[in-house]
Design a protein around this ligand. Structure first.
Ligand code: I6G
Length: 682
């Protein structure tokens, strides 16, 4: 500033200078964002790395001189502060689904047939094909174009808050590009590590004596779930986006156009994706990609096919936790040869004895394997496997390794038949093979330490009560030392007791106590799943919770009433009733509730709700309530709220400035409600 200026002139000049600086900073940020986009998303840089670094340095200097101009979405602000404690839970606005898998062409053809049958349509279906990255699914939420939250998939309903870590990924825009993006946009994609970065990471880890990751997926998951974003930033993670979750605003009507739009909004999508006609086109795509797989710079474990037209996706809907309109066509698992050295029997949570083959260690898909499951005695007989045999072993994705077949032609003379033990290898109680059931069981129930350990591990696991830090080794010790006999005992543990365990520092003991305390606030569905009732998995537990509303409802349920639930057949109903009749189980549940485990009451299944079966679409601006509130109100009355208008739409709610959706509703003859009519209906 000119030193000769005084008073008002000085202030005015300072103001002008500030405005100019602000403009320069904004311009530099926009330039850097655009170069970033060209580099990471389009793979088409137009300046050198050195030039980019120079611009970046300049922006940092300007911001240091004018800290009042610093904003959270500046490219210099990707690496934020460390998270204290643990990653917070985040409820997904729209569940993050999983994908059905198909391994053979027959299964893929059957998928296509199911689609034709449901749609009652014989025309060729248009499919979008994409590589299935071997990474970690995440959801990134933008409001008014700004990145506000990011979460892992978790159990599909609730994930973990990884906002600070996702911000460090250079190809994730902190601000969406352009102007015509939806007001709210959840971008879903897969975070991964390239083959090269994965090898470099493990190389560094082995040199510094740190943990080696078994495969790129584990490395990506470990990197994304760090508490310190500086560690994540150093891992060179990448992302490709494959779809969207919650949206308020207009989106295209085809999957392929959604991906194209995501790219214009600044997100990276997979350039290998393609639209094909019919399932024959899908299989041809699969074969082409299988040939290219080795040359790709990242690991893939198959190909995903999706019905391309969103209206058709909506008509097909979902089943359990997966969409009916998509499938992952997996590549066959790598098979290797090894030798069975011995077989032991592992006792599971329900007493089931699983034969485990201990094999000569072999490397398969980057992991050294020395144990593989033989499933059960029927499988051993069917595959004719003996100790000493040369066998074929495989490991598919995160599935435990299994023995596929024996190479009987090479059987040595000393090979020995595998016998089911007559007594439990852990508690020595009698083992019974029930007629018609493939598995043999130890009948000692929770008197068997192995079953106690496994039921406690299940109870504490992430998808059940989610007691962070309470690992398998600690649980083994807790049972072996007699500190914990049943799941209820976990909540009576003291710091002194925990600290008395081997390799348990005071801090870790306190962390476990905190995690136990935190786990007391749960949901009925998680609690029911955590109890480990036979045949009651997560999906069944959720349906059960919706059906009964609260525990008393389940105590009084009968086998007949339980079979009204979609996922429950006669066998599962019997297991549930038997479990809740059992005096010991009641005892344990009483103790758990007394220790403070609680949940919010579940609203009973939306069966009797007035808007059940109706699908609404919201468009335009409502004066008296926000879109989110309107959506919540409708859903609490049993309605479904969809993002686009189709023949399945029951009502379009049109606020002020409604656009193309209103037009489409009129064309399709869908009933349109204005705000007053909508409020009356509510
Ligand atoms: O986990 C996934 C990976 C890739 C996906 C997915 C995908 O598409 C290429 N698509 C969907 C619809 C889902 N998960 C649920």
């Amino acid at each position: 500033m000119d030193p000769r200026l005084r008073g008002d002139d000085r202030l005015r000049c300072r103001g002008d200078e500030m405005a100019i600086m602000k403009q320069s900073i904004e311009k530099l940020r926009a330039t850097l964002n655009e170069h970033n986009y060209r580099y990471y998303v389009l793979d088409d840089p137009i300046i050198s790395d050195a030039k980019y670094d120079q611009l970046f340095k300049q922006l940092k200097e300007y911001e240091a001189l004018h800290p009042e101009c610093l904003t959270n979405d500046s490219p210099t602000q990707r690496v934020g502060a460390k998270v204290s404690g643990s990653l917070a839970p985040i409820q997904h606005a729209i569940p993050m689904l999983s994908l059905d898998n198909g391994f053979s062409v027959e299964e893929i053809y059957a998928f296509d047939q199911r689609i034709h049958d449901r749609l009652k349509n014989n025309d060729l279906i248009e499919y979008m094909c994409e590589p299935k990255m071997d990474g970690l699914a995440v959801s990134i939420r933008y409001e008014k174009g700004r990145l506000v939250k990011a979460a892992t998939r978790g159990d599909g309903q609730t994930g973990e808050d990884i906002t600070q870590n996702i911000r460090t990924i250079a190809s994730v825009p902190l601000v969406l590009r352009g102007k015509n993006y939806p007001d709210v946009l959840e971008v879903r994609g897969e975070v991964y590590l390239s083959k090269k970065k994965f090898e470099e990471l493990n190389e560094r880890a082995s040199q510094s004596g740190e943990k080696i990751f078994a495969n790129p997926r584990n490395a990506a998951a470990g990197s994304v779930r760090q508490l310190d974003p500086r560690i994540t930033a150093a891992r060179s993670l990448e992302i490709v986006c494959y779809g969207i979750g919650d949206v308020i605003g207009d989106i295209p009507h085809k999957q392929s156009d959604i991906l194209a739009a995501l790219q214009t909004w600044g997100h990276r999508v997979n350039p290998e994706s393609a639209v094909v006609k019919g399932i024959v086109g899908c299989v041809a795509y699969y074969e082409k990609l299988a040939k290219k797989r080795e040359r790709l710079p990242y690991e893939i474990d198959g190909v995903v096919y999706k019905v391309n037209v969103i209206d058709l996706q909506n008509q097909l809907g979902m089943i359990s936790r997966a969409p009916r309109w998509a499938i992952a066509h997996k590549f066959p698992a790598e098979e290797v040869m090894t030798t069975v050295k011995s077989v032991t029997f592992q006792v599971g949570r329900t007493g089931a004895l699983t034969p485990v083959a201990h094999v000569k260690p072999v490397l398969v898909q980057g992991v050294t394997v020395s144990n593989a499951t033989l499933h059960n005695m029927d499988e051993i007989h069917r595959k004719d496997i003996q100790v000493g045999d040369r066998v074929v072993l495989r490991r598919a994705g995160d599935v435990i390794p299994e023995i596929v077949r024996a190479l009987v032609q090479y059987r040595p003379d000393h090979a020995k038949k595998i016998q089911l033990p007559s007594h439990c290898p852990v508690c020595h109680a009698v083992v019974e093979q029930i007629e018609g059931e493939a598995v043999a069981r130890c009948l000692a129930g929770l008197a068997c330490p192995a079953q106690r350990k496994e039921s406690i591990k299940h109870f504490a696991s992430r998808r059940a009560m989610d007691v962070e830090g309470l690992g398998d080794k600690t649980i083994d010790q807790l049972v072996e030392t007699g500190l914990v006999d049943s799941i209820a005992d976990l909540y009576t543990l003291t710091e002194t007791q925990l600290s008395s365990l081997e390799r348990m520092a005071e801090k870790s003991a306190n962390n476990i106590l905190d995690a136990l305390e935190k786990s007391k606030k749960t949901t009925l569905a998680r609690f029911l799943y955590a109890l480990g009732i036979r045949e009651v998995g997560e999906a069944t537990a959720k349906q059960l919770a919706m059906h009964v509303g609260d525990l008393p409802g389940i105590f009084s349920a009968t086998e007949e009433s339980l079979q009204e639930i979609d996922e429950v057949g006669p066998v599962v109903a019997k297991h549930i009733v038997r479990f809740f009749k059992d005096k010991n189980n009641r005892h344990v549940m009483d103790a758990l509730l007394k220790s403070g485990i609680h949940w919010e009451k579940v609203s009973i299944e939306k069966k009797d709700l007035p808007l059940k079966g109706k699908t609404f679409v919201l468009t335009g601006t409502l004066d008296s309530l926000s879109r989110t509130d309107a959506k919540e109100k409708l859903e609490s009355l049993g309605a479904k709220v969809a993002g686009s208008v189709s023949t399945k739409t029951s009502y379009l709610v049109a606020g002020a400035d409604a656009g193309s959706k209103l037009q489409k509703a009129k064309e399709l003859g869908v009933a349109v409600l204005d705000e007053t009519q909508f409020l009356t209906l509510l």
